[in-house]
Write a protein that binds this ligand. Structure first.
Ligand code: FMN
Length: 373
């Protein structure tokens, strides 16, 4: 089957990607999701599974984390399937989990177009979408119509016109709405494209927000008992002091884990002509920065809270770097755009090679290895 992988990966890079990259980034993204969504009506996920069959020895990459069993650690990051259109297709490409959203309680159009830019020379993207999404009801309707064939988390955000003082109400409303449906939820306060959203990462604001949210969670838990892991997604642009403050708050709540990181506002050493565009930068130039934050979190938390590493993962090496820095799970977005749908399988195969080289029987043995050497 290795030959089949190589063939489909080459086909993406030589034929499909050049075609896709001739189109406007957002238009082709929407079109691709619509094609995949239509194809799902004809049972396409069964077909994808033939092209992307599970990697041999995958049991060595199986991860149990916050009460869920992940078939492999490579997930899809938030923003790619905002409205939960193609999570089953993405799972059948071999991804271990999918995070839908960010959704907001009410639908909203987001910022003016154009708002996604490809930085080809840097293998990066800049986006300033601004939580464009169809709202919680549309997302839930899809998830109810098409039973999820794996782990599907939901990433929650506030509406643009909800002031920060009332942000908690948006997150409480969303948590209540998705309580029965999500495999896990993520509180997103780290997008750079919703004005002032990142201020919710500050100590007092975060404390107030999580206080309200966990109160709601407790009430829901009493009425409809279930284990719903609640995670927090953070920005890569936090100073050491801000990170310490944030962790002080994190310790006070039963969060299931942290996701590090969202896109960055930094623009270091970019070559592409789109480098000056406003928005969040993702992809290769984000890898070092987001891995440094991940590493700091792991050190401060002493491995007590699972971390999802995201930012600039494009192959097995960049994925393994995150694992050794302290990630239990991984997510990709920009890497998928540049490498194609075979990326999950490629990363899994290469992770196994790294484990063999370093003499680890299982991926969990390598988590945080950088901190032990
Ligand atoms: C076009 C685009 C849209 C995104 N939308 C969201 C979003 O709605 N919510 C969110 O938490 N992160 C969003 N992200 C950030 C990704 O989830 C991820 O954290 C970031 O891109 C870094 O990973 P990458 O380098 O693999 O892309 C978005 C990223 C991109 C490129």
């Amino acid at each position: 089957m290795n030959g089949c992988h190589a063939l489909t990966d080459k086909a993406y890079q030589r034929l499909i990607r050049p075609f896709l990259f001739r189109q406007d980034p957002e238009e082709i993204h929407e079109l691709t999701l619509n094609w995949l969504e239509q194809a799902e009506r004809f049972g396409s996920p069964h077909l994808y599974k033939l092209f992307y069959p599970p990697v041999p020895d995958l049991h060595r990459l199986k991860i149990e984390c916050f009460g869920l069993e992940f078939p492999n650690p490579v997930g899809i990051a938030a923003g790619l399937d905002k409205n939960a259109k193609v999570y089953n297709s993405l799972l059948s490409f071999g991804f271990g989990f999918v995070e839908c959203g960010t959704i907001t309680p009410r639908p909203q159009p987001g910022n003016e177009r154009p708002r996604i830019f490809r930085l080809l020379e840097d293998e990066a993207l800049i986006n300033r979408l601004g939580f464009n999404n169809q709202g919680q009801d549309a997302l839930l309707q899809r998830l109810h119509q098409r039973p999820k064939q794996g782990i599907v988390g939901i990433n929650l955000g506030k509406n643009k016109d909800t002031p920060n003082e009332k942000a908690a109400e948006d997150y409480q409303r969303l948590l209540t709405a998705v309580w029965h449906t999500a495999s896990y939820v993520v509180v997103n306060i780290s997008s750079p494209n919703t004005p002032n959203l990142r201020e919710l990462q500050e100590k007092t604001a975060l404390q107030r927000l999580l206080d309200s949210l966990f109160q709601t969670a407790q009430e829901l838990q009493l009425q409809h008992p279930r284990q719903l892991p609640i995670l927090l997604k953070i920005a890569p642009d936090l100073s050491d002091e801000a990170l310490r403050d944030l962790l002080e708050v994190v310790h006070q709540f039963p969060l299931a884990g942290l996701i590090a990181t969202n896109t960055t506002l930094e623009r270091n050493q970019l070559r592409s002509s789109h480098a000056h565009q406003t928005g969040g930068l993702s992809g290769r130039p984000l890898h070092t920065l987001s891995t440094q934050i991940l590493s700091k979190l792991y050190r401060e938390l002493q491995g007590k809270l699972p971390l999802i590493g995201v930012g600039g993962i494009k192959d097995g090496k960049s994925a393994y770097d995150k694992i050794k820095a302290g990630a239990t799970l991984l997510q990709v977005y920009t890497g998928l755009v540049y490498q194609g749908p075979g990326l999950a399988n490629q990363i899994c195969r290469e992770l196994l090679t790294h484990l063999d080289k370093d003499g680890y029987a299982h991926l969990s043995d390598a988590i945080g290895a950088d901190h032990r050497s």
